[in-house]
Design a binder for this molecule. Structure first.
Ligand code: COA
Length: 398
C-alpha cells in the first residue's frame, strides 16, 4: 500500500476517471453574456485546455437550476450540444445548487458503464438580470415549498435556523463564524475569476447589514452569473492524452427536503454519507486530504461541511477557524477559490467550479493561493439546505 504525503496508508482505488480539460468564465455580474454565451465560453475554454475537438465528445451533461424561471429558457441539454455543433446525447441535470457536481457524477456513470469514453460536464447560471426578490423566490424552489417556501422562509432564513441551532449547542461565537468569510475573501483576492477580489476583516462581517439573524450580508454568498466545464475520460484515454489528475471517488446522498423532517439540525447528514462512500471508493481517510473545496453558501454551511468531510469532529469544526487552519498555507486548506462567498455562486456552475479549482491545485497552477505539494483534494457540493450532497475525490497521478 502506498503512503500519502501525510504518512497514512492509502487503500485500493476502485475507480479512475481522468480529467482531460477544465474551463471557467469570470464569475460576477456579467453584462455582456447571456446563458448561452456563458455556457459556450466555458465549453470552449475546456476544449482548448483538453486539446480535443468537439467531435471527440461522446455525450454531455449540463447542470442548470434557474434557467426556466429567470431566463425563460429550459432545454439546456440541447443548447449545450448545439453550442458545439453536435448531435450527440446531451442532458440537463438538476439538483438545485448541487446540479454541477451531479453533472460530474452522471458523466462518471456514463464512462463507467461503457456508454461513453469522453464526456463534457458543465454548469451554467444567469442570475443577475432580474430582481433579488425574483432570485430569492426561484432559489426557494430548492427547499420544501409546502413546509418552508409557502410560509415565507428564504435560504438565508433556513441557514440562519441552522446557525442558531449550532451556536446554541456548540461553542461557536459570532466572531469565529465571521472568520469563515474573512478567509474566503483572502483566497478570493488571489483568484482572478472570483466575483469579489477584496480582503475583509471581522468588523466588515459583523458591521454589515443583517440579512437573517445571526447572518449578515458578508455571511452570505452573492447572486452571480457564471459557467464552468470539465471534460472527463476513461482511464485508458486519459492516460493517452496525458492527464495528470483523476477522479477516484464519487459519493452522492440525499435527505429530506425540509429542515423539519431531518433527524438532526446539528449536521448535514447527506454530506457525511456522500463523503463516506467517496472515501471508500478512493481508498482514503480524511487524514489523506490536502485541501477541500466546500459548499459555503452561508458561512455556517462551511462549518457543517468540514465536519461532514471528517476534517473535524461534529461540534468542533469552528476550532479550525479559531486557529486559522483553513488558509491555503495552513494545515487544512478549505475553499482556496474563495468559496461561494468570495468567488460567487452561480448555483449550478458552483459544483463544476469546485472541480476546476481542485484540478488547478493538483496541477500546481494555483499561483498565490497554491497549496504546496497537494496530491489529494476533495469537493463537497450541497443542494438546498442539505437534501442533496455530493463529494468527489481528485488525485494527482503523474
Ligand atoms: N457579500 C458581499 N457583498 C455583497 C453581497 C454578498 N453576499 N451581495 C451583494 N453585495 C454587495 C453588492 O456588490 C453591492 O455592492 P455595491 O453597492 O458596492 O455595488 C451591494 O452589496 C448591494 O448589492 P445588492 O445586489 O443590492 O444586494 P442585495 O442586498 O439585494 O442582496 C443578498 C444581498 C445577501 C440578499 C443576496 O446576495 C442573496 O440573496 N444572497 C444569498 C443567495 C442564495 O441564497 N444562494 C443560494 C444559497 S443555497
Amino acid at each position: 500500500m502506498p503512503l500519502s504525503k501525510r504518512g497514512h496508508k492509502k487503500g485500493l482505488i476502485e475507480m479512475k476517471i481522468g480529467v482531460i480539460g477544465i474551463g471557467i468564465t469570470k464569475f460576477g455580474e456579467v453584462w455582456g453574456e447571456g446563458l448561452r454565451e456563458l455556457l459556450l465560453d466555458a465549453q470552449l475554454r475546456a476544449l482548448n485546455d483538453a486539446k480535443i475537438t468537439p467531435k471527440q465528445i461522446d455525450s454531455l451533461y449540463t447542470g442548470n437550476m434557474t434557467g426556466g424561471i429567470l431566463s425563460g429558457q429550459l432545454h439546456i441539454g440541447a443548447m449545450a450540444a448545439e453550442n458545439l455543433n453536435l448531435d450527440k446525447p446531451s442532458i440537463r441535470v438538476e439538483a438545485a445548487c448541487a446540479s454541477g457536481s451531479l453533472a460530474i457524477r452522471q458523466s462518471i456513470e456514463a464512462i463507467e458503464s461503457g456508454a461513453a469514453d469522453i464526456v463534457m460536464a458543465s454548469g451554467v447560471e444567469k442570475m443577475t438580470d432580474v430582481s433579488v426578490e425574483q432570485v430569492t423566490t426561484a432559489l426557494m424552489g430548492a427547499g420544501d415549498e409546502e413546509l418552508e417556501g409557502f410560509h415565507g422562509l428564504t435560504f438565508p432564513g433556513l441557514y440562519a435556523l441552522l446557525a442558531n441551532a449550532y451556536m446554541n449547542n456548540y461553542k461557536l461565537t459570532r466572531e469565529i463564524l465571521a472568520e469563515v468569510s474573512v478567509k474566503n475573501h483572502f483566497h478570493g483576492a488571489r483568484n482572478s475569476y472570483a466575483q469579489f477580489q477584496n480582503e475583509i476583516n471581522i468588523d466588515t462581517v459583523l458591521n454589515s447589514t443583517m440579512v437573517a439573524d445571526p447572518l449578515t450580508l458578508f455571511d452570505c454568498s452573492p447572486i452571480t452569473d457564471g459557467a464552468a466545464s470539465i471534460i472527463l475520460a476513461s482511464e485508458k484515454t486519459a492516460k493517452k492524452l496525458g492527464a495528470e489528475v483523476y477522479i477516484t471517488g464519487s459519493g452522492l446522498a440525499t435527505d429530506a427536503l425540509s429542515l423539519a423532517r431531518r433527524d438532526s439540525l446539528l449536521e448535514i447528514k447527506a454530506g457525511r454519507l456522500a463523503a463516506a462512500s467517496a472515501y471508500k471508493q478512493a481508498g482514503i481517510t480524511p487524514k489523506d486530504i490536502d485541501f477541500a473545496e466546500v459548499h459555503d453558501c452561508f458561512s455556517i454551511a462551511e462549518i457543517y461541511a468540514v465536519e461532514a468531510l471528517g476534517l473535524a469532529k461534529q461540534g468542533e469544526g469552528w476550532k479550525l477557524y479559531k486557529e486559522k487552519q483553513t488558509y491555503c498555507d495552513a494545515d487544512s486548506p478549505v475553499n482556496t477559490s474563495g468559496g461561494l462567498k468570495a468567488c460567487g455562486h452561480p448555483v449550478a456552475a458552483t459544483g463544476i467550479k469546485q472541480a476546476v479549482e481542485a484540478v488547478t491545485q493538483l496541477r500546481g497552477a494555483g499561483a498565490k493561493r497554491q497549496v504546496k505539494g497537494a496530491e489529494i483534494g476533495v469537493t463537497h457540493n450541497v443542494g438546498g439546505s442539505g437534501a442533496t450532497a455530493t463529494v468527489h475525490v481528485f488525485r494527482k497521478m503523474k
